[in-house]
Design a protein around this ligand. Structure first.
Ligand SMILES: CC(=O)[C@@H](O)[C@H](O)COP(=O)(O)O
Ligand SMILES: NCC(=O)COP(=O)(O)O
Length: 245
């Protein structure tokens, strides 16, 4: 089985910084730690309201490590312009509501096809690897396929919130979606709300190539340090994958 990549989302380092204004804690320092302890990529979401990273952080993050940056962005003209200017390795298009506390669900790629297609086309033409943050549903994967999108990321928020049989059912939905994506030549990723305790069954889905994890790691960093939190997540992912750690 291929090694599962770990993309570390550093948004919530910026959230803490922004709570007081100023520069501390610096998400760039977090990105450097991710690189030092073997993370495979950096994920950061430039929200319309800039509640996590700010515009100036993008270049600083990209200059600070050799790790690929996966820039999460809403499908707006403003974000498109920013992505085309910085040309991150990847751009993950996410749904965004200003009033939401966190990203509540997946992007409606099927319903939003007409709006998304030109934005995706411009990102792809610029050499940016486009990903769509979607629910694990066949119609969303098919829409991604029709728009020539190479990557989808499944929103694991519901899986994380559910319990018992309902969680098992959501896990099956994600596994089936990952298999369908692969069958159609799309690389499946997953993320949102993953923790030490719930990452195992997701990491064990063989078709998944990458997990993006942030909020929990930044929270755990308070107790065990950011590096230890990343290493522990890595170990749990590897164990679930059946790899030798
Ligand atoms: C798109 C996504 O999954 C989010 O987790 C994001 O990357 C972090 O931002 P929020 O915590 O505001 O959702
Ligand atoms: N796309 C999901 C992500 O980047 C991380 O989500 P979370 O672990 O911060 O909930």
């Amino acid at each position: 089985m291929d090694k599962l990549r770990l993309g570390v989302n550093i948004d919530h380092v910026a959230t803490i910084r922004n709570a007081r204004g100023g520069e501390h804690p610096d998400p760039v320092r977090a990105a450097m730690i991710v690189a030092q302890c073997g993370g495979d990529g950096i994920t950061a979401h430039l929200r319309e309201d800039r509640r996590h990273i700010r515009d100036a952080d993008i270049k600083r993050i990209m200059d600070s490590t050799n790790l690929p940056l996966n820039l999460e962005m809403a499908a707006t003209e403003e974000m498109l312009k920013i992505a085309l200017f910085h040309k991150p390795h990847a751009a993950c298009i996410v749904p965004e509501k200003r009033e939401e506390r966190t990203t509540e669900g997946g992007l409606d790629a099927a319903g939003g096809h007409n709006h998304l297609r030109p934005i995706i086309g411009k990102l792809l033409d610029a050499g940016i690897r486009v990903s769509l943050f979607i629910e694990p549903e066949a119609r969303q994967i098919e829409a991604a396929m029709h728009m020539n999108v190479p990557v989808v990321e499944f929103h694991t928020g519901k899986y994380c919130e559910l319990e018992g049989e309902a969680r098992a059912q959501e896990l099956r939905r994600i596994a089936e979606a990952a298999a369908l994506a692969r069958k159609n030549g799309i690389e499946p990723h997953a993320g949102h709300g993953l923790t030490f305790d719930n990452v195992g069954p997701i990491a064990a889905i063989p078709q998944l190539a990458e997990l993006n994890i942030g909020h929990y790691l930044v929270g755990e960093a308070i107790f065990i340090g950011f590096e230890n939190a990343i290493l522990e997540m890595r170990a749990r992912m590897d164990a679930a994958r059946g790899d030798i750690i």
